[in-house]
Design a protein around this ligand. Structure first.
Ligand SMILES: Cc1cc2nc3c(=O)[nH]c(=O)nc-3n(C[C@H](O)[C@H](O)[C@H](O)COP(=O)(O)O)c2cc1C
Length: 405
């Protein structure tokens, strides 16, 4: 059968102008034990972002798996109120997915059991956090440097999760001299993880440069469990390109959906072989923003809800004419009415700007020169002792502060 030809009116940057739509049967659902996910698309865990309100908005647009932001095991087990709110969901969310952050195997097992008891359908674990505060204490992306420690934590999580699929998410390594993802893949497979997600950058890179999709392809060759590719899916067609060039089993979509929840509708379209409709005009985006603000206020309360909404205002309006002047107002708004007043200065008929498709939201910028590790860390890579103090204490709101993966 010939490739489904792209429509001449496709709204895409040149790199994606002629990417064929998915052919029937070309891709399969992502299978995580008893869960079959179609399209093979996963909303990336993002601290301060993938709370229930945003997950619900994305899910209403499309389909796939929508992962919570990382939830620290200690905060959760200590009954921290904010941590529990961030881990929470509503009856309409299925499948329900939570990402755990922790370094102590018994905490991870206990948290996994508690979440499964609450009806969670999928658990992921974050081993990619590049933030100095975390890696300096041997947490986050420092853990895969110690395969035996990684194995202990994954084993504990898999045991705690029981029948529920437990996956892990890693970066390529610390830097180009300390690459860990292939070993992490082997450990994940040996310890019974249902899949491994790879953000194809090193911790040193943070969010700079281009994601290195070739590493996703190498990981796919290396393991027999499903591989979830991650990094730089900005347009729905990037997801098809990533799947085709790497052979990965699903894509994880991060910053591309910030202020663009309709990206999930577009993803559902292209995986089902349909040409997606162009993105909404500014007027329709204002309606989406109003809905988003209401949901955040209902979930967090009006003050925190509007504070949270400010960063979303910047993301939703990125690239529109005159939006930078209005954004100065938007980053201070305290009510939905004030938000709408500021937005009223823009032209509701303005179409979504092509430049907005790959404009970085959330994070961009520079690499870190050196990834902080505990003193003498590299001399004991065979050690399986959990790091002490790696965010082990009560960590209210830490998820939001860390933003890491
Ligand atoms: C604001 C923000 C918060 C993030 N928080 C987490 C997190 O809690 N857990 C995690 O594993 N990764 C986290 N990440 C990393 C993303 O999950 C993803 O790996 C990364 O953004 C690369 O994908 P992208 O190029 O599609 O954005 C975060 C990223 C951003 C931008």
């Amino acid at each position: 059968m010939p490739d489904a030809a792209p429509s001449p009116a496709r709204f895409a940057t040149p790199i994606n102008a002629s990417v064929p739509l998915a052919r029937p049967g070309e891709f399969r659902p992502l299978v995580l034990r008893d869960l079959a996910i179609w399209p093979p698309v996963v909303l990336a865990p993002m601290a301060g972002v993938t709370n229930y309100p945003f997950r619900a908005m994305c899910r209403e647009q499309g389909a796939g798996l929508y992962v919570s932001e990382m939830i620290t095991a200690r905060g959760y087990l200590n009954g921290n109120r904010l941590t529990h709110l961030l881990a929470s969901s509503r009856a309409d969310e299925t499948p329900r997915s939570v990402q755990i952050y922790g370094t102590e195997p018994k905490d991870v097992a206990e948290m996994a059991r508690a979440l499964v008891d609450q009806g969670v359908h999928h658990l992921d674990m974050n081993f990619g956090c590049p933030v100095p505060k975390v890696t300096r204490n041997g947490g986050g992306s420092a853990i895969p440097l110690k395969p035996k420690l990684l194995a202990r934590i994954v084993r504990a999580g898999v045991e705690g999760a029981g029948r529920v699929p437990f996956t892990i998410k890693v970066r390529m390594g610390i830097d180009d001299t300390l690459i860990t993802y292939l070993d992490a893949g082997r450990v994940a497979e040996e310890e019974g993880a249902a899949a491994i997600g790879l953000h194809s950058r090193t911790a040193a890179q943070l969010y700079s440069g281009e994601a290195r999709w070739d590493a996703i392809g190498r990981l796919k060759q290396h393991v027999s469990i499903p591989v979830l590719g991650n990094g730089d899916v900005w347009e729905c067609f990037d997801a098809l390109r990533m799947m085709r060039t790497t052979g990965c089993d699903a894509v994880i979509v991060g910053r591309g959906c910030l202020g663009r929840p309709w990206l999930f509708r577009e993803l559902a379209d292209v995986f089902d072989g349909r040409e997606p409709a162009p993105p909404p005009k500014l007027g329709a985006i204002v309606a989406i923003m109003t809905d988003h603000a209401r949901r955040l206020c209902e979930f967090f309360g009006p003050d925190t809800g509007m504070r949270q909404m400010r960063k979303w205002c910047a993301w939703y309006t990125k690239g529109f004419r005159g939006s930078s002047a209005v954004r100065e107002e938007l980053v201070r708004v305290t009510t939905i009415e004030a938000m709408l007043q500021a937005l009223a200065k823009l032209d509701v008929d303005e179409p979504f700007p092509l430049s907005g498709l790959r404009a970085h939201r959330g994070k961009a910028g520079r690499a870190q020169e050196k990834v902080a590790l505990p003193q003498g860390y590299l001399e004991h890579l065979d050690d399986d002792t959990p790091p002490c103090g790696a965010l082990a204490d009560d960590d209210s709101g830490l998820e939001d502060a860390l933003n890491g993966g």
